[in-house]
Design a protein around this ligand. Structure first.
Ligand SMILES: Nc1ncnc2c1ncn2[C@@H]1O[C@H](COP(=O)(O)OP(=O)(O)OP(=O)(O)O)[C@@H](O)[C@H]1O
Ligand SMILES: [Mg+2]
Length: 178
C-alpha cells in the first residue's frame, strides 16, 4: 500500500478547481493533471472531436503510474458524473492509493464574475463561456453525495458493466494502457 492520495477536483466551470488543485499539489507534493492546459495548446478547443477523452485517458494512465510510485496526484478534470468519480475511486484503490473527492460548489453569479475576470487576466488558460452555457451545464452536474465525500463504499458499476475497470476503459480510451 503506497501512502499516495488521488485527489479528485469536482465542480462546475469557474468553481475554483484549478486554483485549489495548485494549492493541494503544493501542500501534498502532488502531481497536478489539468486537461485544459493540454487541450488548449494542442488543439485550441476543449473537446477536439472526442480527443479530450483520449487525452484524459492518457493522463489517468500517468496518474496510476505516479500513485504506484507513491506520488500523490491531483486530477483536475471537473468530474460532473458520479460514475466517472466512482471509476476513479476504484482505480485509486487498484493502484494501492487513497482517494479524496474535493467538491467546490459555486453559485451562478460567482461563476459569471470569475469568468469575466479570468477572461481579462488569463484568457490563454481557459475557454470562452456564455451565461447560456452555464445555464445548460448546471442541470447536467451530479452533485457529490455524502458517501462520496466521506470516501465510503463504492457503488457497483452501471448495469451491463462487469466492473469499474471495464467502464473506465470504455469512458477514457487508453486509460489502462502502459
Ligand atoms: N476561492 C476563490 N475566491 C475568489 N476567486 C477565486 C477563488 N477560486 C478561484 N478564483 C478565481 O476564479 C477564477 C476561476 O478559478 P479556476 O480557474 O480555479 O476555476 P476552475 O474550476 O478551474 O474553472 P474551469 O472549470 O473553467 O477550469 C480564476 O480567475 C480564479 O483566480
Ligand atoms: Mg480549471
Amino acid at each position: 500500500m503506497s501512502h499516495a492520495t488521488l485527489f479528485l477536483m469536482v465542480g462546475l466551470p469557474a468553481a475554483g478547481k484549478t486554483t485549489r488543485a495548485r494549492e493541494l499539489a503544493a501542500t501534498h507534493r502532488a502531481l497536478r493533471l489539468t486537461p485544459d492546459h493540454w487541450m488548449i495548446p494542442l488543439f485550441g478547443d476543449s473537446m477536439a472531436d472526442g480527443k479530450r477523452w483520449v487525452l484524459e485517458g492518457r493522463l489517468v494512465s500517468v496518474a496510476v503510474q505516479a500513485l504506484r510510485l507513491g506520488t500523490s496526484v491531483v486530477l483536475d478534470y471537473g468530474l460532473w458524473g458520479r460514475d466517472e468519480r466512482s471509476a476513479l475511486r476504484w482505480l485509486a484503490g487498484w493502484a494501492g492509493a487513497a482517494c479524496e473527492v474535493v467538491y467546490l460548489p459555486v453559485e451562478k453569479d460567482v461563476q459569471l464574475a470569475r469568468i469575466a475576470e479570468r477572461g481579462r487576466t488569463a484568457a490563454h488558460e481557459t475557454f470562452a463561456m456564455t451565461e447560456a452555457d452555464l445555464d445548460g451545464w448546471r442541470p447536467r452536474f451530479e452533485v457529490p453525495d455524502e458517501a462520496e465525500l466521506a470516501g465510503r463504499a463504492l457503488p457497483g458499476p452501471p448495469v451491463g458493466w462487469a466492473g469499474w475497470r471495464e467502464w473506465a476503459a470504455d469512458h477514457w480510451p487508453t486509460c489502462l494502457d502502459g
